[in-house]
Design a protein around this ligand. Structure first.
Ligand code: NAD
Length: 699
């Protein structure tokens, strides 16, 4: 046995050379592995005893594809590049069999398609997921897959990036055999038979794509894919690349595929999608909490409050099979909360997403209660009662009395100081914030709020739990509103100031939705309820002992316009419908406000709306980063992408600022700050100025 590189193992079994990829965790095809694979092949070709070659991985992965960390670095371009390795395998005069188990994706699948024969375990996970990173398969995938599984099936896999079990592709020329267990013995046996019977080398490049309906199908694909992916160039490029498999000679198509791949690599959309991919993985890693921190077992959960949030939070655990004790103050509120949960599940059942018995199984996991006694055995309690410090402190005092030692005590507060909540207990180390987003059973984001005394194992346990309930978790330090809502306050203030200055809600929402936000700030306000912000402003004014200076939103509330729930807010709504209808009543309230404050309205264009609102987010994000409330700029992006409808193709506010260029952001902020009567928050954050001056970026 010999070791051509640390990333591969080479051995011979009789007349067959076995090349095993041994590069954890998933045999990512970085420069070292590519070199190791090619060296192993050369060794096999040079050995006269060797008559056939088997290439394999381990049970977890044949190969997960390209090494994403290499993208954009010199290593990605270092020879042997993947197309070079694949060409060498396809050109091998000795037959090559790929033995595939576990993940076989992207470049991994492209490599396997360079072999002459393939054997896969039935549950091997097959995909070309490059489109999810804003790319297309750039090492022959768009040319070889249609030759093996047909145009339509290949196009579906390449445009969607979906993972398909090998068993579903059984019977296509992609797999010569599909095995129930380890594919290696079958691959070795196949290699021996190929040699013994003198079977030909099956080169995928020699096959033709045959599909009588191909042109019609491609046209259909162009239309539907184009309509579905308007902010993303990659899906349509995938269609174009696959189309080359019909119209161009193989080598020319490969060259064009590579060109399209390289062009996509340089698009801002792909950059954003790759950023999101790495940012979400990075967010789960905490610099000062070791990965092997022992976790507390969470087998049962208590939830306090069965209102908007408590009900949704409860559903997350039911969906993961974790029983929930649900507490309310009054039977009526409890019944109402339970009925809402059941209605949500019934709706899913009607849409065919759940079976009737699953609805019953989930409902049966709830133990409703009016008494705190019910919490004495639970491992975690999440409080979702009214947003009021006195109420929260009373709840935590009681929890401290009834909960078992080691139980984690969590608050879903949106703004309140977690440390003040923790300090009412004798166990502040067990107290943490778990800030879900509305609707809590749908929104992917979970802000995990780390108090001054929260212990590392509580933090690690909650991060692991977040994965279990399929949330994307981001850690935030304690401050008013944490990462997301603190930034949102600045964004909202920028939007309000634009209303005062001359814009209307529908224009601002339109401009920000044009930028890609899922919903503009005024539509969002109407959805969440304008009374919440009104109450907060009153509370803050009272706390500061100052008289509240009413803003337009307050005059709406004074008129009983709380948003969708009262049929009118910034917009009006027709009964039973959610489409916002611009309302002259709102316009006259705004005009009255301008008159009262001696404001002469001015023309405001959409670009200015976007600049002010998004840069307000960026500036506050920079402060949050400098204060250590967020550990990384990319964490802030993850919050905005998953909790606030920030457009994926822009990669989050901080990456967007990097893309625009930080000096440009600073310049704009300075301009806003210099306007007469400008709010002090427009002053560019010190960190932002520093990075801009040093020619650096957030990410
Ligand atoms: P809600 O008014 O819909 O529900 C609160 C529920 O708590 C009510 O059913 C009430 O009966 C119950 N309750 C109040 N005091 C209680 C007590 N002492 N013991 C037991 N039950 C009690 O409010 P909500 O919107 O669900 O908000 C709850 C918490 O979640 C707040 O802290 C809020 O800031 C936070 N939050 C809300 C949202 C949102 O969009 N609504 C988003 C994130 C976080």
């Amino acid at each position: 046995m010999n070791t051509p590189s640390a990333a591969t193992r080479y051995e011979t079994r009789g007349a067959t050379a076995v090349i095993t990829l041994t590069y954890p965790p998933v045999n990512g095809l970085g420069a070292a592995l590519r070199k190791g694979i090619l060296n192993s092949l050369d060794q096999a070709l040079a050995d006269p005893v060797v008559k056939a070659v088997v290439i394999t991985g381990n049970e977890r992965a044949f190969s997960g594809g390209a090494d994403v960390k290499e993208f954009g670095t010199a290593l990605a371009a270092r020879e042997p590049r993947l197309p070079t390795v694949i060409a060498a395998f396809e050109a091998s005069p000795k037959p090559v069999v790929a033995a595939i188990a576990g993940v076989c994706m992207g470049g991994g699948l492209e490599l396997a398609m360079g072999a002459h024969y393939r054997v896969a375990s039935a549950d091997a996970q097959i995909a070309l997921p490059e489109v999810k990173l804003g790319l297309l398969p750039g090492a022959g995938g768009t040319q070889r897959l249609p030759r093996l599984i047909g145009l339509e099936a290949a196009l579906n896999m390449i445009v969607s990036g979906t993972v398909v079990p090998a068993s579903r592709l059984k019977g296509t020329p992609l797999f010569d055999e599909v095995t129930d267990g380890d594919p290696l013995p079958a691959a070795l046996a196949l290699a021996e038979r190929i040699v013994a019977e003198g079977r030909p080398l099956k080169r995928v490049r020699d096959l033709q794509v045959t599909d009588p309906q191909s042109e019609a199908y491609l046209q259909f694909a162009r239309n539907s894919v184009g309509a579905m992916s308007k902010n993303f160039p990659a899906p349509l490029k995938c269609v174009e690349a696959v189309a080359l498999s019909l119209s161009k000679p193989f080598d020319e198509a490969l060259r064009l595929e590579r060109e399209m791949f390289m062009a996509l690599m340089n698009t801002p959309e792909s950059r954003a999608q790759r950023h999101v991919f790495t940012a979400e993985r990075a967010a789960s890693k905490l610099p000062d909490v070791p990965a092997d921190t022992p976790l507390r077992p969470i087998t049962s959960v208590g939830v306090i409050g069965a209102g908007t949030m408590g009900g949704g939070i409860t559903m997350n655990f039911l969906n993961a099979g974790i029983p929930v004790v649900l507490l309310e103050m009054k039977q009526e509120a409890l019944d109402k909360g339970l009925a809402t949960i059941r209605r949500n599940y019934d709706n899913s059942a009607k849409k065919g997403k759940l079976k009737a018995e699953q609805v019953e199984q989930r409902m049966a996991l709830i133990t409703p209660t009016l008494a705190y006694e019910g919490f004495k055995d639970v491992d975690l309690v999440i409080e979702a009662v009214f947003e009021n410090m006195d109420v929260k402190r009373q709840v935590f005092k009681t929890l401290d009395e009834v909960c078992k030692p080691g139980a984690i005590l969590a608050s879903n507060t949106s703004y309140l100081n977690l440390d003040q909540i923790a300090d009412i207990t004798q166990r502040p180390q067990d107290v943490i914030g778990l800030h879900f987003f509305s609707p809590a059973n749908v929104m992917k984001l979970l802000e995990v709020v780390r108090g001054a005394k929260t212990s590392p194992d509580v933090l690690a346990t909650c991060m692991a739990l977040a994965r279990k309930i399929k949330k994307v978790a981001v850690v935030s330090g304690v401050c008013d509103g944490f990462i997301g809502n603190r930034m949102l306050a600045r964004y909202g203030a920028a939007a309000s100031a634009l209303i005062n200055a001359g814009a209307l809600p529908q224009q601002i929402d339109g401009a920000l939705q044009g930028f890609g936000m899922a919903m503009g700030p005024f539509r969002m306000g109407d959805l969440a309820g304008l009374d919440i912000g009104w109450a907060t402003r009153k509370r803050r004014a009272a706390e500061a002992g100052v008289e509240m200076k009413p803003v337009v939103a307050d005059t709406l509330c004074e008129a009983g316009r709380f948003g969708q729930k009262t049929g009118a807010g910034w917009y009006r709504y027709e009964a039973g419908r959610r489409d916002p209808i611009p309302d002259p009543v709102t316009q006259s309230l705004i005009e009255q406000y301008r008159k009262d404050n001696a404001i002469t309205p001015r023309q405001i264009d959409d670009a200015e709306v976007v600049e002010r609102c998004i840069f307000a987010l960026v500036n506050e994000g920079a402060r949050i980063l400098a204060e250590g409330i967020a550990a990384r700029a990319s964490d802030i992006d993850v919050v905005y992408l998953n909790g606030y409808g920030f457009p994926q193709h822009r990669g989050g506010p901080m990456l967007y600022a990097d893309t625009v260029g930080l000096p440009m952001v600073v310049r704009a902020l300075r301009r806003f700050a210099a306007e007469p009567g400008a709010d002090a928050s427009w002053q560019p954050a010190a960190l932002l100025v520093q990075l801009a001056e040093d020619g650096k970026t957030f990410n």
